[in-house]
Design a protein around this ligand. Structure first.
Ligand code: CTP
Length: 439
């Protein structure tokens, strides 16, 4: 599929608010590798792009080659590898590779590499290629926490972001030694997905949510029947995690309340609170909603729970009649937030967004149900997915509609979200929320 991709790059790279055409299935991807221990993960990133059908060239720095040999990158990319501007001089490689690239992803981007890029240096093939490139550039930093927090690095990151380069937030976790903290390289598939999402929608992640606090709920709830059994649903948590990813990359401080999810990478930089049941979710949301600018209820909350939870495993043939299950209704957390705001317990400007996974029936389309739900819940935005037959739940892709209330029922504004990765869907939703935020 050849597509026109809108670049919202704020500065010269990619031409400001411009359009450029790429063949999405066959991009020229340039993978840069800095000289850090996390260089060993870059092979998986090269794989991510080659398996997506892209043509990949790898440019390691000299010091990256102390960690991983050129032969590894040549074998994985199927293309020759060099580090200096003095190789392939006859074909002017230092200019051609950068000019031909549709996307540059550098992982790991070390503190030294960030400094050299921020200063416009061109002292090796990688920095020279970035300097001539007009395509989106995504950097995935990895370093010790102290280096990441050092004012010199902070300034370099700010400079690069101001110029329209996407600098991803590093993950939190185990670093090279026994220490742990912010500075870990996100998993290669995660970097690849974020870079592709940035490319699909904008060309760059803009820091448009800097200074904002966003509360996001994700995943399903489990309502315990006894110590081993529960009522649950098929939510994977992917859409909520993707929303957290996008909000973090746009500069927001993100509180992520995660229910039961698939084994997903924790969005870099988000603060995660784990819950299991709807009532635990309600308590976490109640506590964290104060002081946020927006709440996105992406969690699939069970509407009912077993009326009583047995302390010991229920036995068939025991005293309890297991053929029927008495249920109690769970609180509607989304509606509770809207009511709290109405009662003055939350500032009027807080944006409250919900989700609706709808199947439709013989009388109504999923969109009919979503319009009614938007009205009933009283929230500011509703993302509706048509679900069923394995569509959406547990998948990496999604599609649907974003609804915002009109001046009367039936006059809702509906924006179609085309079939895309959940990261791209998340960026549509975050765009819509940004439009509702004051200022
Ligand atoms: N939600 C909530 N609390 C609940 C149920 C749902 O906060 N007890 C939120 C979900 O997080 C979602 C929105 O409400 O953002 C819609 O969820 P959904 O399950 O589709 O809504 P219901 O009101 O349960 O409607 P339905 O009868 O279609 O299940």
């Amino acid at each position: 599929m050849t597509g026109l991709i809108r670049s919202r790059s704020p500065v010269g790279r990619g031409g400001g608010l411009g359009w450029f055409s790429v063949n999405e299935n066959n991009l020229n991807v340039l993978v840069g590798v800095g000289g850090g221990i996390a260089a060993y993960k870059s092979g998986a990133l090269v794989r991510y792009f080659t398996e997506a059908g892209h043509d990949v060239h790898v440019i390691p720095t000299e010091s990256a080659l102390r960690f991983v040999g050129a032969a590894t990158f040549e074998a994985l990319s199927g293309n020759p590898v060099s580090t200096t501007v003095f190789e392939g001089v006859d074909e002017v490689r230092h200019v051609r590779l950068g000019q031909d690239a549709d996307l540059i992803v550098i992982a790991p981007a070390t503190a030294d590499l960030l400094a050299r890029l921020a200063h416009g240096r061109a002292d090796d093939l990688l920095t020279a290629s970035v300097l001539v490139a007009t395509c989106p550039v995504v950097l995935a930093p990895a370093m010790h926490t102290e280096m990441w927090q050092n004012p010199a690095t902070r300034e370099n990151v700010a400079t690069l972001r101001r110029r329209g380069i996407t600098v991803l937030e590093p993950a939190h976790g185990r670093l090279t030694g026994t220490d742990s903290g912010a500075g870990r390289l996100p998993e290669p598939e995660h970097i690849g997905a974020l870079a592709t999402a940035a490319l699909d929608r904008f060309g760059v992640f803009r820091p448009s949510l800097a200074g904002r606090r966003i509360l996001i709920t994700a995943g399903g709830t489990h309502e315990a029947l006894d110590p081993v059994r529960y009522l649950g649903n098929a939510s994977s948590g992917r859409q909520g995690f993707a929303l957290a990813d996008v909000a973090v990359q746009r500069g927001a401080q993100v509180e992520l309340v995660a229910g039961v999810t698939d084994d997903l990478p924790v969005p870099s930089g988000a603060r995660v609170t784990r819950i299991r049941s709807a009532r635990e979710l309600e308590a976490a949301v109640e506590e964290l909603a104060g002081g946020v600018d927006a709440v996105i209820m992406a969690a699939a909350v069970a509407d009912f729970r077993p009326a009583s939870e047995a302390g010991a495993k229920l036995k068939k043939g025991g005293e309890d009649d297991l053929s029927t299950l008495a249920l109690a209704e769970n609180p509607d957390i989304l509606q509770g937030l809207v009511e709290r705001r109405r009662a003055g317990g939350l500032p009027e400007e807080v944006v409250i967004a919900g989700f609706a996974a709808e199947t439709g029936d013989e009388h109504h389309t999923p969109l009919d149900h979503a319009r009614a739900k938007l009205e009933r819940k009283g929230c500011d935005l509703l993302m509706c997915n048509a679900v069923g037959d394995g569509v959406v739940f547990g998948q990496n892709d999604s599609q649907g509609w974003i609804l915002t209330p009109g001046d009367r029922p039936g006059a809702e504004e509906v924006t179609e979200v085309p079939a895309s990765s959940k990261l791209v869907v998340a960026s549509y939703i975050v765009d819509a929320i940004e439009e509702l935020l004051p200022g």
